[in-house]
Write a protein that binds this ligand. Structure first.
Ligand code: FMN
Length: 211
């Protein structure tokens, strides 16, 4: 499959056949994910993988509980809408494999500067380094989604489950020093989703030029 075709035909897949994936298939996906660029080539990502049904179910239960708690705190008119929206946070439960993509903040500049650097610059460096870890990992995840699609697997990228990030970290045994970027459910697709519209290019593009 050509790259352009892969990019234009990829969809977020949320329904999966029961068929399992083997470790080799998952490792190939990760091999393709990590061809992504990363800030200072620090590759600040880790991919925590599970195909254990009881672990996936426990994560989904924690996310559902968090959604139920949150729904109690929105205006009553919105509860039903929020419950439906929240149901999209647990869609990973249907997948035979879930990859939890985690990232660490970069420690490059912050390790080099002396203590005399002003607070404002120090704060910006810290923000830039945290941001770089997440941006790099998002690129790896997009590679993974595209490659999965090109070999006829279905997958999606999910940040909704992070309403229970601490619980997911604990269930998956992810060390405190790693933040979770997204969950990626993967399997053989059991749906062929319609394309979801995109804003026109002109509406999202701003050319900036001097006088
Ligand atoms: C950062 C990120 C977080 C997302 N989180 C969720 C999620 O929690 N649940 C879900 O069902 N889909 C999630 N999605 C998938 C989007 O809903 C989907 O990409 C969008 O509707 C466009 O559809 P498409 O991917 O099929 O083109 C997420 C996508 C991204 C990039």
């Amino acid at each position: 499959m050509k790259l352009k075709e892969a990019m234009t035909t990829r969809r977020s897949v949320r329904r999966f056949k029961a068929d399992a994936l083997n470790a080799g298939q998952v490792e190939e996906l990760i091999e393709m994910a990590v061809t992504a660029p990363s800030a200072s080539n620090k590759q600040p990502w880790r991919f925590f993988v599970t195909d254990d049904r009881s672990i996936i179910d426990r994560m989904a239960e924690e996310v559902q509980q968090a959604v139920d708690r949150i729904v109690q705190h929105v205006p009553s008119d919105y509860m039903e809408i929020l419950q439906a929206y929240g149901s999209y946070f647990v869609r990973f439960q249907a997948a035979p494999v879930v990859i939890v993509a985690a990232y660490r903040e970069l420690v490059v500049l912050s390790n080099l500067v002396d203590d005399e650097l002003g607070q404002e610059d120090t704060r910006r460096i810290a923000e830039m380094e945290a941001h770089s870890g997440l941006a790099s990992t998002a690129m790896a995840v997009q590679n993974l989604l595209l490659y999965a699609h090109s070999i006829e697997l279905g997958a999606s990228c999910m940040s909704g489950p992070l309403v229970a990030e601490d619980k997911i970290r604990s269930i998956m045994g992810i060390p405190e020093s790693w933040r979770i970027a997204v969950l990626v459910p993967i399997g053989y697709p059991d749906e062929d989703p319609e394309p979801v519209g995109r804003k026109p290019t002109a509406a999202v593009t701003r050319w900036v030029r001097g006088e």
